[in-house]
Design a protein around this ligand. Structure first.
Ligand code: ASP
Length: 351
């Protein structure tokens, strides 16, 4: 269920509240953080009244800790944006930080030909706490969502995360710190903007739609049959076989070492071969925070390539997951998915 409140002003931005620390407060009995009502967020941020914009709010029920995010929430967010697309100049989504990078990644793939900003934000400290980072994050996100150029086009028509003065492409981010205000990183792609006294946009890094008048296409069919196999020294054939060749998954993200390297032991290569013969989509993503997979450098990487393993290039695991959910939801044919993985769809990889 979604509740709606309206306050009239100039530009139009909805705050879509899903939960997360930003809107939590301490439950006096359990002494744990729990989400609270959106009207209390507004009361904590009187600065919102200083905007010349019209700011509406949409609250999802139940409000969640983002560790509970499921694909149906992504579909609900996409539904809401689709229904209200023409009514607003941009969208701000308040979301817990724990899975924000996953949600921003998948949403970027679910919406094709986006012409307006969709900004995810949240905070490390509740908005009611004196040292909160939530106010800054929220206020700057609204400003970015409302920003237009001289031609009247949105300055950042992308799905982004704004956190600690940094605007990042959503599908390039990872949560890297659980207690620092600088919780997110975009290691393989430059910041889209930085907020100081002014918000400085990095225009050359920001994507533009092919047609500003296009109506975006919303893809809400997600196939989530993906598993992630993180390699580590000492991993056993039983574990690898279970994750790689189990019937539950259509695709496996292989988190490899360095530039995309994996063990060269025969049992490992045999299992990759077996999964490949089963028709599985295997995507090679590096465990490193920065840098790219290149299966041509080392013999160990080259063998994976020869077995039909796809390169994830410099994508994050979150980005690769979102891309697979979308592509597999769009096509039943694994070969089609594999060939579309090679394309840059929403600026998620560099090649
Ligand atoms: N556990 C919280 C969540 O992701 C953390 C946060 O919002 O920062 O909902």
């Amino acid at each position: 269920t979604i509740r709606n409140m309206t306050r009239q002003d100039r530009a139009s931005i909805p705050l879509i509240y899903t939960g997360g620390t930003i809107g939590m407060k301490e439950d006096p009995i359990e002494q744990t953080l729990k989400p609270f009502d959106f009207s209390q967020i507004l009361a904590e941020v009187p600065e919102l009244g200083k905007f010349a914009h019209r700011i509406d709010s949409y609250t999802f029920t139940p409000l969640i800790d983002s560790s509970d995010v499921e694909p149906k929430l992504w579909v609900s967010i996409a539904d809401l944006i689709e229904r209200k697309y023409n009514e607003y100049d941009g969208f701000v989504i308040l979301h817990g930080t724990d899975t924000m990078a996953y949600s921003a990644s998948v949403l970027s793939f679910m919406i094709e030909e986006l012409t307006k900003p969709i900004i995810f934000t949240g905070s490390q400290l509740p908005i009611g706490s004196p040292r909160t980072d939530g106010k800054e994050n929220l206020i700057s996100s609204i400003e970015i969502a409302a920003a237009k150029d001289e031609a009247g086009h949105a300055v950042v028509p992308e799905v982004c995360i704004f956190f600690d003065n940094m605007l990042m492409r959503g599908n390039r981010t990872t949560k890297i710190n659980s207690d620092n205000f600088r919780a997110f990183r975009s290691e393989n792609y430059p910041l889209l903007a930085e907020a100081g006294i002014n918000i400085r946009y990095n225009s050359s890094a920001i994507l533009s739609p092919t047609d500003w008048n296009a109506t975006p296409v919303f893809h809400k069919n997600l196939d989530t049959r993906v598993s992630i196999l993180k390699l580590h020294p000492g991993i056993t054939p039983q574990v690898v076989e279970h994750i790689l060749c189990g019937n539950e998954s259509r695709a496996v993200i292989l988190e490899t070492y360095g530039a995309g390297n994996a063990p060269s032991k025969q049992w490992f290569l045999d299992l990759i071969h077996k999964a490949s013969e089963m028709g599985k989509i295997i995507v090679n993503v590096t465990q490193c925070l920065a840098g790219s997979v290149n299966m041509d450098i080392y013999a160990t990487g080259k063998r994976l390539k020869d077995e039909g393993v796809c390169s994830g290039y410099d994508s994050t695991s979150e980005g690769a997951l979102g891309k697979l959910f979308y592509l597999m939801g769009d096509s039943e044919d694994n070969e089609t998915v594999k060939s579309r993985l090679e394309h840059i769809l929403r600026g998620e990889i560099s090649k």
